[in-house]
Design a protein around this ligand. Sequence first.
Ligand code: SF4
Length: 293
Amino acid sequence: MPWIPRGLRNGIVTSRYPQSQDAYGENFEAAMVIRPRQYDPTIAKKVVSACPTNAISFDDAILSLDRGRCILCGRCEELYPEVFQFDPDYETASVDRGQLVVPYLEETDSLIARTRNELAQRVKALKRSVHIRHIDMGSDGAEEWEVAALTNPVYDVQRLGIYFTASPRHADLLLVTGVGTVGMVASLQKTLDSMPDPKVVVAAGVDAISGGLIGRGYASNGGISEIVRVDVFVPGSPPTPFGLLYGILLATARIPQSRTGSSGSNSLITGTPLRQADIGRPGADGYLSEEGQ
Ligand code: SF4
């Protein structure tokens, strides 16, 4: 039984996230960021046309990037490394689709706060445990690998009272991956209708948000936003397990309002470590936290 000495040698491998961030996340290429600067219009236009999902736009000398479309292929970074850069910050999920466009517009702050408050009111009843029903709406399988990783010993989401269930009747949260395949629309609707209230929907990955590389077509709805109401958008192709976990905690109002993800900055963004106080007790803004469940 070689796993006994190995286990003793390795000690505890489980992440302490979201109580504190750890080294596991530092190596992820979790998001693309744009450095604010004077842009060279020739290179900027080249980058716009090189992006395979039309995630980049260049209007009025301003470059912007829609993370809800970015499949993290890295072409923009290759062409214009002075401006585009991979970032390890995985806290990119948002309750507002518009907030996935970076640089982020501060004018939307109040709108986002309101949306988060409404969501928090709705999910108040989801306290000690959250059950997730995952549904694949035409995924390439990448997201499923990351979703499956959530239950391994490193991420171990059960420690946070988060469980996966096969039955929609036991589920509080619908986690959707894939491009929104036309043939699956009825199944998605049926699954959602079978879930008891309160329920929340998380679109996991750019395929579910915008259709990704496939986009909209005869077999794809270009994401699920027009089929069901989405509460939280988790960008990434695929999102990392920490990114997914952040989105799930956001959907169940367990991330304090004071804590905005990486979309909440206007410049080159790096992750801000979660403060123990943020997650350790009910926040001043009334959000649930680990001890306050
Ligand atoms: S990394 Fe994203 S934004 Fe950059 S070219 Fe690829 S899809 Fe477009």
